[in-house]
Ligand binder design. Structure first.
Ligand code: TXA
Ligand code: MG
Length: 336
């Protein structure tokens, strides 16, 4: 059984924190909140513990994990040949929702990096994440705490729904404030490559980096290991409709409703929906939308809807991170 360890982020109970830290030091898996989403933690330098992460998630071994540190000075324990641009970014965004891809230290086990020579490193801004990692005294490898391809968890309940019975414990520090995963920026390439957009706008990151980034190359296979097209997907099928196309959204809902489908709608605009449709209207401010998106998808999955019609977000740069997640959620299931 998976234990829920409730802990106030700002005044963590030392006994609760030690319980979670002891489990981790013993090689067990403990999920914990970060400001973006809940992570599934394991000792980053313990190859056996890291292997348990892949088993619990059902994650393919070529999909690397992010290593979480509690203090900026720990970066040298994980990475080598750190370029100046990385330090410029760390000055501003460590702690924060940014993952930097760097050359790995020899001691980082190969299963953390998917066999590769680079490692993702992040210093989360969540006080409980920092307290936990500090209590463990060593970096934690932590992917999002969900089964492979599922929507990331932003509450401890989401974690338990997905991984209950498969992990030792979840440290419950309440809902996450950011709500979508960190931006993933590779600073081993020149210019740096933005593998995954987050809530930090690309232009904001570029301003601190002092140089423009390149977009990931388009290849038939997954570009960043793990950037699979279908990811962050609810159980229900997702249909995207253009931003502001109220008539189009109403038409799709009426179409599926007439065919007896159980429906959910996630919208920004005011839309007239059939009475049997669960409508979730999200705020039109990016930060608030991102914070609530995954909870909306989890809630609709909980209602066992067949189809979720989602209004696409505006095509502006500040929405890049959210738009990326919606496109992935709507991607057709991979043939198996
Ligand atoms: O906000 C977040 O990043 C959350 C919290 C828990 O920190 N973590 C998270 O981890 O979203 P995960 O494993 O679900 O996503 C990590 C992403 C994947 O797309 C993976 O391919 C990429 O980061 N990644 C990790 N290491 C990499 C590397 N060495 N090179 C390229 N991409 C890497
Ligand atoms: Mg994930």
């Amino acid at each position: 059984l998976t234990e829920r360890i409730i802990c106030d982020p700002h005044h963590p109970d030392p006994v609760a924190l030690m319980k979670a830290a002891d489990l981790l030091r013993a090689g067990q898996l403990v999920a914990f909140p970060t400001e973006t989403v809940y992570g599934l933690g394991a000792l980053a330098f313990d190859e056996t513990a890291v292997a348990r992460v892949f088993a619990a998630k059902g994650r393919p071994p070529n999909n690397p994990l992010i290593v979480h540190i509690a203090e900026r000075s720990w970066i040298e324990r994980v990475a080598v040949d750190i370029p100046p641009v990385a330090y410029r970014l760390m000055d501003v965004f460590f702690p924060g929702p940014l993952t930097l891809i760097l050359h790995k230290q020899a001691r980082v086990p190969p299963n953390v990096t998917g066999g590769g020579a680079t490692v993702g490193v992040r210093l989360p801004a969540h006080p409980l994440a920092q307290s936990l990692i500090r209590a463990v005294g060593a970096p934690l490898a932590a992917p999002s705490a969900n089964r492979f391809t599922e929507v990331s968890p932003t509450t401890a309940d989401h974690v338990l729904k997905s991984l209950g019975g498969r992990i030792a414990a979840v440290l419950d520090g309440g809902p996450c404030a950011v709500g979508i995963e960190s931006a993933v920026l590779d600073v081993t390439t020149t210019p740096p490559t933005l593998w995954r957009a987050g809530v930090l706008a690309q232009s904001t990151l570029e301003a601190s980096a002092g140089e423009p980034f390149q977009s990931p190359p388009h290849t038939a296979t997954a570009p960043s290991p793990g950037q699979f097209p279908r990811h962050y997907a609810p159980r229900a099928r997702v249909e995207l409709q253009p931003f502001g196309d109220i008539k189009g959204i109403e038409k799709r809902l009426a179409f599926w409703s007439a065919r007896g489908r159980r429906l959910g709608a996630v919208v920004l605009s005011e839309v007239d929906v059939p009475p049997d449709v669960t409508q979730i209207r999200l705020p039109s401010v990016v930060a608030a939308y991102a914070q609530q998106l995954y909870a909306a998808l989890h809630a609709l999955d909980g209602q066992l809807v067949d189809i979720i019609v989602i209004e696409q977000v505006p095509a502006t740069a500040e929405w890049d991170g959210v738009r990326d997640r919606l496109i992935r959620a709507a991607h057709e299931p991979l043939p198996s």
